[in-house]
Design a protein around this ligand. Structure first.
Ligand code: ADP
Ligand code: MG
Length: 220
């Protein structure tokens, strides 16, 4: 469950969030769309508590996982070390490695467990950050442009994985340009525009409707 009430956030003179109200029920997958600079990343960062609102309130079921747009993997650690690092600090346990290996297998990364991030493609790094965020058993998962660098096959694996996680009770908010991806996974799409909510719709997966949303995102 995520509740956002009258959220406001400015950077200098730019009022990025200008009174945003959103309620997202538990176990929903919501897409967040909008033109570049419309505040999608800022809103996710405020939900996570990485950024403070100027006014308004956000409450959210924890723990909250975050998949960053720019990966933020440790370059001097292997894939497996990156994934287990935070979980091991919290609770040093053999099960951490078992869970990490299961997640790597589900994401098609078993052969990369001992590789360093510099030897991975963008899509592989993104899947490693997904595995890492799932180690903390989040109730809420925030994803910032998760599909950048993925190919079609990877996207369908990740859609399957995220849907199976949703079944276990997780709420997901996914900021993305990629409406074709969101159409496969999201039940609801929220459009941010000029600091406000420009549209908030329950998704009907007809392609004509997705095209209509694309137009809404691209028109300024
Ligand atoms: P989106 O993810 O939709 O592309 P962002 O949330 O990244 O949009 O950015 C929204 C606006 O806020 C942009 O104008 C951006 O330049 C500005 N902005 C974001 N973060 C900062 C920051 N830390 N300092 C100053 N301006 C920022
Ligand atoms: Mg962004």
């Amino acid at each position: 469950m995520i509740k956002i009430h009258q959220a406001r956030k400015a950077f200098g003179r730019v009022q990025v969030l200008n009174g945003i109200d959103i309620e997202i029920a538990k176990q929903r997958i919501v897409g967040l769309v909008g033109p570049s600079g419309s505040g999608k990343s800022t809103l996710l960062r405020c939900i996570q508590g990485l950024e403070r609102l100027d006014a308004g309130e956000i409450s959210c079921d924890g723990p909250v996982g975050f998949i960053f747009q720019d990966f933020q993997l440790f370059p001097h650690m292997t894939v497996l070390q990156n994934i287990t690092y935070a979980a091991n600090i919290k609770n040093k346990d053999k099960d951490n490695e078992k869970l990490a290996n299961e997640l790597l297998a589900r994401l098609g990364l078993t052969s990369k467990a001992h590789a360093y991030p510099e030897h991975l493609s963008g899509g592989q790094k993104q899947r490693v950050t997904l595995a890492r965020s799932l180690m903390i058993h989040p109730n809420t998962l925030l994803c910032d442009e998760p599909t950048s660098g993925w190919d079609v096959a990877t996207t369908s694996d990740v859609v399957t994985l995220l849907k199976s996680i949703q079944q276990k009770g997780m709420t997901l908010v996914i900021a993305s340009h990629d409406l074709d991806f969101l159409a496969q996974i999201a039940e609801r799409i929220i459009l941010l525009k000029e600091g406000k909510i420009g549209a908030d719709v329950t998704l009907n997966s007809s392609s004509a409707y997705v095209e209509h949303l694309k137009e809404l995102c691209n028109s300024t």
